[in-house]
Ligand binder design. Structure first.
Ligand code: ME8
Length: 511
């Protein structure tokens, strides 16, 4: 039976231009989505923008625009970035779309009808940047635990009976040990719940930029309830009401940054439980990127611009760097210097040069035509085996979100191929033993082909380019026994990753 998976990015706030942090989550999801397709899954993959709330309203006012104009502009920047990063999403949702308003209102009524909403009064410290209330004892040095400035506010608001979900949530985590990834984040959530769960304020009256509460338009729906519901909108709710029977909903994987695990693994799960919809399969969280060792900020002028990286180095290189450099789950440092270093040493010198060496040799000394050899030497067999030992580990590593290790295995396989060539020295056999020379080249090409197919989820453009040079119609389906066709006639050879000799490249966003 065909497997289904629904992969989501967070929907990004439209209060600032996209930077490499946003690009990262979207790239990770795309890599995973392409990998799942390769493994034969039916994949639904969504991303989008989170456009309501006080923060967006304020940014719009500061910019002299209406919230809608402001949201339209920034949302377009996020949307336009997708083809630049080569993202294969199926949907781009904006929370200001009517399809979403309808879902949120319907979902609200469901919560109300189920008896989980009541009207009360909220008093507390509001963190505008993170759109969340905190109690006095949660503040750290006068700021919210998420680091934002806080203002004391009091307002009538609707509450969601979150407190009654305490035991159900804990039981859910226990019965689904892989629900929160990595385990350290799961422990944080569990200890947060064990400290006591208060009911959650889910409406606001101090601003109007949001979806109005059904039958009480003075209130707008809390931006996180609004935002989280985007996942249901994308999956066709409420028309497709029985999500528990929907094949994609059985296997929803939310990729998020570590700071919003709580919203996805706790609030979202409780909301869904309240209306009887099955919680997501997994919340997968990653760490934060620093830029040149510091938090990215406009005032420091160190906000790394994904557009500029793609323009200069290509999207494959950005995708490769981000997945390879950061050990998924941990924090990491993004620097232009390490980017160029990895680009040159791995993509240009190791992989790109290997491909180019073998292809131009075949072109020059075999007229571009090569066939499977009848016999293999022990060295050839040993080479095949050592590459297989590496690449056969790749699918499991991807399933564990060990993206960096996945690439490490492929890099090691590329090194093995380079070593094989250096030892076999086909260039010394041009006259003395042409058959052996061709056997070496075919063996090397077949292994490069296998490696390249696994590089596809991360570097789809280079992967496809290489396969087209072999005159093969690219088809990316995983096959453990992948083989190169017996007869290959090369097409036009192209350089995959030209070396970068100049590091005087502007990579920062201009405001
Ligand atoms: O939180 N390093 O939106 P947001 C790594 N609208 N990832 C980063 C990052 C960094 N420096 N900066 C941002 C919101 N991200 C809500 C989400 S979902 C229903 C609503 C990524 O614009 C990371 O995925 O603040 C993080 O979780 C997300 O962008 C936050 O985006």
């Amino acid at each position: 039976m065909k497997k289904y998976i629904f992969i989501t990015t967070p929907i990004y706030y439209v209060n600032a231009k996209p930077h490499i942090g946003h690009a990262y989550t979207t790239i990770v999801c795309d890599v995973y989505a392409r990998f799942c397709k390769m493994m034969g899954y039916n994949v639904k993959f969504s991303t989008g923008t989170d456009e309501h709330g006080k923060k967006v309203e304020q940014s719009a006012i500061n910019n002299g625009q209406t919230p809608q104009q402001f949201a339209d502009e920034i949302s377009t920047l996020f949307k336009d970035l997708l083809p630049i990063l080569n993202i294969s999403n199926d949907d781009f949702i904006r929370t200001t779309e009517s399809r979403h308003t309808k879902t949120v209102k319907y979902f609200w009524k469901k919560l109300l009808d189920a008896g989980y909403i009541y009207l009360g009064q909220y008093e507390g410290w509001y963190d505008i940047r993170n759109e969340a209330y905190f109690s006095e004892n949660e503040l750290i040095d006068g700021k919210s635990p998420l680091g934002g400035e806080v203002t004391y506010m009091t307002e009538p608001c609707y509450f969601f009976k979150l407190s009654v979900f305490r035991d159900k949530l804990l039981k859910y985590y226990e019965e689904h040990p892989d629900f929160i990834f990595p385990i350290s984040r799961k422990n944080e959530i569990i200890s947060f719940i064990k400290q006591g769960l208060s009911d959650l304020a889910i409406s606001r009256t101090t601003f109007s930029w949001g979806i109005s509460v059904p039958n009480d338009p003075k209130h707008v729906v809390y931006v996180w309830l609004d935002a989280l519901t985007n996942y249901l909108t994308v999956n066709g709710y409420p028309e497709n009401e029985d999500q528990n029977e929907d094949p994609y909903w059985q296997n929803v994987v939310h990729f998020v940054g570590k700071e919003i695990v709580r919203f996805h693994a706790l609030y979202w799960v409780a909301f869904l439980m309240a209306v009887g919809i099955k919680p997501p399969k997994q919340v997968v969280s990653h760490g934060w990127w620093l830029s040149e060792g510091q938090k990215m900020s406009k005032s420091l002028g160190n906000v790394q611009d994904p557009y500029k990286y793609c323009k200069v180095f290509g999207s494959d290189a950005l995708r490769y760097y981000m997945l390879r450099e950061l050990s998924f789950g941990a924090d990491g440092n993004f620097s232009k210097e390490s980017f160029i270093k990895r680009y040159n040493s791995v993509l240009a010198d190791s992989y790109g040069n290997l491909c180019n060496r073998v292809l131009t040799f075949i072109q020059k000394y075999c007229d571009g035509v090569i066939s499977r050899p009848e016999t293999l030497t022990n060295d050839d067999t040993a080479f095949y085996t050592s590459v297989l030992e590496e690449i056969n580990l790749c699918p499991q590593l991807m399933h564990e979100y060990s993206f960096s290790k996945y690439l490490e295995k492929l890099e090691h396989s590329i090194t093995l191929a380079n070593q094989y060539l250096d030892i076999q020295k086909p260039w010394t056999l041009k006259v003395s033993n042409k058959n052996r020379m061709k056997a070496i080249l075919y063996t090397c090409l077949e292994n490069i082909y296998k490696i390249t197919k696994l590089l596809y989820p991360v570097m789809p453009i280079a992967s496809e380019k290489f396969i087209r040079i072999l005159n093969i119609e690219p088809e990316f389906k995983y096959n453990q026994n992948e083989k190169l066709p017996n007869n290959i006639t090369l097409g036009k050879i192209k350089i995959l990753f030209p070396k970068i000799n100049n590091d005087d490249i502007d990579v920062y966003t201009t405001v």
